[in-house]
Design a protein around this ligand. Structure first.
Ligand SMILES: Cc1cc2nc3c(=O)[nH]c(=O)nc-3n(C[C@H](O)[C@H](O)[C@H](O)COP(=O)(O)OP(=O)(O)OC[C@H]3O[C@@H](n4cnc5c(N)ncnc54)[C@H](O)[C@@H]3O)c2cc1C
Length: 295
C-alpha cells in the first residue's frame, strides 16, 4: 500500500507526530503497539496540565483517538523491517502488511536495562522504578535504594536524597565522575558494594537483599542501568545509529537520509513524556513539510 508517512512506534512521540502530520492532510499510518509504550503502566505526574497521577494508558488512549480523528490510521503490529528503496521506504510488519512510504518517522523509544533478579518484574510500579526523575515525589520521607554504577545512578542517588529520608546506593564500583560520587556522599547517601540479589515484597516493595546476605528494609528500588533502543531498525534505511544506540537528528528532527525523521526517547535523553511529545510535534510537521516540498 502506498502512503505518505509511516510512523514506527505508538508511544506519545509517535502519536503526537501522527496528530500533526495527519492534520496537514498527508496520509499517515502509525505502526506499533501502544501497550508496549514505556508510559503504558506509568503514573504520570509531571506532564503539563496533569497535577494528579494519570495512568499512561489513559493518555495513550486519548491521544490515539485524537490521531484517528485527525485522519491517521493505527496498525497494532511490530515492524520487522524497513528498507530504503530509491526515494521511498518499504516498511513490513509482522502480520505481513507492506507500506511504500515517502517519509518515515522512527519513534520506537527505548527499553530500560533490567537487573533480572527475583522480585524485580513482579514489583514494577509497586516500588520498583526505572526513573527517579519521574517517581521521586512518591518517596518523600521514605527509604530507597538506587542500583547502578554509572552517572545516571549517581545523579539518581543525589536526587533521591532530596526526597527520601534514607538512600542506599548499591554499586560494586562507581564509574560516574568522582565529583558526582562525592556529591552523593555529601548528601548522606550510604554506599553498599555487594550486588543486589532479590527484591522482596508482596503488593509493595519491603526489602532489598544483597548477595552478601544483608537485608535492607526499604520502600523503593530505583534501577538506573541505562537503556537499549530499537535504533538498529534504521540500518536498512541507510542510516547508522550512533555509538550510544541513539539516532542523530537535526533541529527539524530530520536524519541525514532524506525523508527519514526520528523523535522521542530513541534520539536521546532525558526520557520524558513532555520532551517526546514536543519532538513528535516537530517531526510530524517536518515530515509534512518534506512531503509538500516546503524548505
Ligand atoms: C516506569 C516508568 C515510569 C515513567 N514515568 C514517567 C513520568 O512520570 N513522567 C515522564 O515524563 N516520563 C515518564 N517515563 C518515561 C516516558 O514513559 C517516556 O519518556 C516516553 O514514553 C517516551 O515516549 P516515546 O514515544 O519516545 O517511546 P515509547 O513510549 O516507549 O513508545 C515507543 C513505541 O515504539 C514501539 N516500537 C518499538 N519497536 C517497534 C517496532 N519494531 N515496530 C513497531 N513499533 C515499535 C513500542 O511498541 C511503543 O509503542 C516513565 C517511564 C517508565 C518506564
Amino acid at each position: 500500500m502506498e502512503i505518505d508517512v509511516v510512523i514506527i512506534g505508538a508511544g506519545p512521540s509517535g502519536i503526537q507526530a501522527a496528530i500533526h502530520a495527519a492534520r496537514r492532510k498527508v496520509s499517515t499510518v502509525i505502526v506499533g503497539k501502544p501497550t508496549n509504550s514505556a508510559m503504558y503502566d506509568a503514573d504520570i505526574v509531571n506532564y503539563f496540565g496533569i497535577a494528579e497521577p494519570v495512568k499512561g494508558s489513559v493518555l495513550l488512549k486519548a491521544g490515539l483517538e485524537q490521531a484517528k480523528a485527525s485522519g491517521a490510521e493505527l496498525v497494532e503490529e511490530n515492524v520487522i523491517s524497513a528498507e530504503r528503496k530509491g526515494k521511498t521506504f518499504l516498511v513490513s510488519t509482522e502480520g505481513g502488511k507492506e507500506y511504500t512510504a515517502k517519509a518515515v518517522i522512527v519513534a520506537t523509544g527505548i527499553s530500560r536495562v533490567k537487573l533480572g533478579i527475583p522480585g524485580e518484574k513482579e514489583l514494577v510500579g509497586k516500588g520498583v522504578s526505572y526513573c527517579s526523575v519521574c517517581d521521586c515525589s512518591f518517596y518523600k520521607g521514605k527509604t530507597v535504594a538506587v542500583i547502578g554504577d554509572e552517572t545516571e545512578a549517581a545523579l539518581s542517588a543525589e536526587l533521591m536524597s532530596k526526597y527520601a529520608s534514607h538512600v542506599y546506593w548499591i554499586t560494586e564500583k562507581p564509574k560516574a565522575v568522582k565529583a558526582l560520587v562525592e556529591r552523593a556522599k555529601l548528601a548522606g547517601v550510604v554506599m553498599k558494594s555487594s550486588p543486589p540479589a532479590e527484591i522482596r515484597g508482596d503488593d509493595k516493595v519491603t526489602a532489598l537483599v544483597l548477595k552478601d546476605g544483608t537485608e535492607l528494609p526499604l520502600d523503593g528500588v530505583f534501577i538506573e542501568l541505562g537503556a537499549k533502543s530499537a535504533a538498529d531498525l534504521v540500518m536498512d534505511m541507510d542510516l547508522m545509529p550512533e555509538i550510544d544506540d541513539t539516532i542523530k537528528v537535526d533541529e527539524r528532527y530530520a536524519t541525514k537520509v532524506p525523508g527519514l525523521f526520528a523523535c522521542g526517547d530513541v534520539i536521546g535523553k532525558p526520557w520524558q513524556v513532555a520532551r517526546a511529545v514536543g519532538q513528535g510535534c516537530m517531526a510530524g510537521l517536518s515530515a509534512a513539510d518534506f512531503l509538500k516540498g516546503v524548505k
